[in-house]
Design a binder for this molecule. Sequence first.
Ligand SMILES: NC(=O)c1ccc[n+]([C@@H]2O[C@H](COP(=O)([O-])OP(=O)(O)OC[C@H]3O[C@@H](n4cnc5c(N)ncnc54)[C@H](OP(=O)(O)O)[C@@H]3O)[C@@H](O)[C@H]2O)c1
Length: 257
Amino acid sequence: MSKKRVLVTGATGRTGLLVVNKLRQLSDKFEVFGFARNYEKVKELFDSTEGFFIGNISDESSLETALKGCDCLVIVTSAVPKMKAPPQEGKPPEFEFEPGGMPEEVDWIGQKNQIDIAKKLGINQIVLVGSMGGTNPNHPLNKIGNGNILIWKRKAEEYLINSGINYTIIRAGGLINEPGGKRELIVGKNDTLLENPPNGISTVIPREDVAELVVQSLIETTAKNKAFDVITKPEDDSSAVITKDFASLFEQATPGL
Ligand SMILES: NC(=O)c1ccc[n+]([C@@H]2O[C@H](COP(=O)([O-])OP(=O)(O)OC[C@H]3O[C@@H](n4cnc5c(N)ncnc54)[C@H](OP(=O)(O)O)[C@@H]3O)[C@@H](O)[C@H]2O)c1
């Protein structure tokens, strides 16, 4: 079978970096390219800029250049809130988004740009990493910098579903920097895991497990045209069965938003 050519956007992000590295390890299956906005950051994280396109998801021509000839697109871009100033004692820290970096611009228009260009170029599959919490307009994450980040992310998810391109939408719980491959993954829908987690477990997932889900979504056909929330059982949970069979996991997920 011929290799799939994949572009990963948000490749210098904390999850995007893991996705690129995991896909590169499967060089018999994938030819991997990264898309990032900062040349120096690429050099710092990957030692080399080989296999990278430098651009911005608000700049359609840079996206089109990078996506040309690809079979699949992995979207791991996201608006990134920055702390305004060191928090004052007794007060919670305040966050804001940089000019041009508001969620509406990045998580809606920027994602829409990627989907539109993918459609124009006949890309076969898009894997999108999103976030749980999007069914609740009053979710605290929406208050950050008045960005309504989860609302814009969900709008982009809906747009992708309606685009006609094969999609896999991975709506992660809280991301943690713990080792992957050590937990049982649990999938859900419509934030029910967030509102009512089994046995009251913490609704988190290691970034490495999210990156593995992206890779497996590009391999397993049962991941196609599915959108799901995902968290993990704690690593020390005696009832947990470490997830290894991703085809079966994706079978539990359903199409549509
Ligand atoms: N944090 C959580 O607990 C949590 C929970 C659930 C889901 N999620 C979602 O999971 C995904 C991955 O999260 P993460 O924390 O690993 O991501 P992250 O480190 O914040 O990375 C976001 C990436 O988007 C890139 N980006 C932002 N604006 C861009 C633009 N205009 N053009 C090109 N690239 C742009 C950033 O570029 P630079 O590298 O140049 O900054 C960065 O690489 C995100 O969608 C996030 O919302 C997060």
